[in-house]
Design a protein around this ligand. Structure first.
Ligand SMILES: Nc1ncnc2c1ncn2[C@@H]1O[C@H](COP(=O)(O)OP(=O)(O)OP(=O)(O)O)[C@@H](O)[C@H]1O
Length: 269
């Protein structure tokens, strides 16, 4: 059964965690060589909202995101889409429901941006329109491998969003962008979060706290904080996650974080 948006109707098999949410993680564990890189993560993600996923290197953010996208199979637990196992959806349905932007992407063939978009959208879509909307006309005939890192990121996000998926999972989409494009990106993601779900892995904490409603922090495979952005920003628990001491600097309309190494490291001023 499908809803009017063409999405599968899986609400017929509700689950206590997943029924209230579009996407949910239920006791997710991911093991590599016997160690748990994601360890018992349960999360309920609503149909709307801009959520940042933060945490130190190796915390398990990318691993969690790829399981939520259905790209990695959990060692334990399951991902729920409207309360029913995500794996019940076909690959085509998953691709329509969940837009996923990985940290690194390189197509198997060295295609042009126009070819990549065409593969994603099909022949009936007017490619020039899409490229123009996103200011990417200049890159249409460029081979993927000839684009700079930041250009690839902008093109990849456009490719992922071209089908307007109800859920976007993006892994550090701003990492390679210059400051203007990074600001444009977080604005666009926050805007999208008003009527869609956007879950974004971010290392830029100032941008995460200024633009996102909810912030989830991971550490050593676990979700250690899951709070409204403004609550977590002022809580020393944030310092503990990153093992630094943050100065909170009042810079209306926001509070900026300045990190110092912890005193016990013997390197603080
Ligand atoms: N295929 C794999 N084999 C072994 N270990 C892996 C594999 N994939 C991930 N890991 C390990 O799992 C842990 C979590 O990795 P993950 O990429 O999810 O972290 P992350 O929070 O996204 O980190 P970063 O912020 O550095 O991108 C890391 O220690 C990583 O080395």
């Amino acid at each position: 059964m499908h809803d009017p948006q063409g999405l599968p109707d899986t609400a017929a098999a509700p689950d206590t965690l997943g029924a209230q949410s579009v996407l949910a993680a239920q006791g997710l564990v991911l093991q590599h060589r016997g160690s748990r890189v994601v360890d018992q993560v349960s999360l309920a993600l609503p149909a709307r909202g801009a959520i940042a996923l933060i945490g130190p290197n190796g915390a398990g953010k990318s691993s969690l995101l790829s399981m939520l996208a259905g790209l990695q199979t959990p060692s334990q637990g399951q991902v729920l889409w409207h309360g029913a196992p995500l794996q019940r959806l076909s690959f085509a349905e998953r691709a329509r429901c969940i837009g996923y932007m990985p940290q690194r992407f390189s197509p198997y063939w060295d295609v042009t941006l126009a070819e990549l978009l065409q593969m994603r959208l099909g022949p009936s879509v007017d490619m020039d329109d899409v490229l123009q909307q996103h200011g990417l006309q200049a890159f249409a005939s460029r081979r993927w491998n000839s684009l700079s890192g930041g250009e690839q990121s902008r093109c990849l996000l456009t490719t992922v969003l071209a089908t307007d998926p109800p859920v976007l999972l993006a892994d550090e989409p701003g990492a390679a962008l210059d400051v203007r494009h990074r600001l444009e990106l977080v604005d666009a993601l926050a805007q999208r979060g008003r009527d869609r779900l956007v879950l974004v892995v971010m290392h830029d904490l100032d941008l995460a706290f200024a633009h996102f409603d909810r912030v989830i922090a991971m550490d050593r495979g676990r979700v250690v904080q899951d709070r409204a952005a403004q609550d977590l920003l002022t809580d020393p628990a944030l310092d503990a996650v990153f093992q630094v001491e943050f100065d909170r600097i009042d810079a209306p309309p926001q509070v900026l974080l300045r990190a110092r190494r912890k005193k016990e490291d013997g390197c603080a001023d």
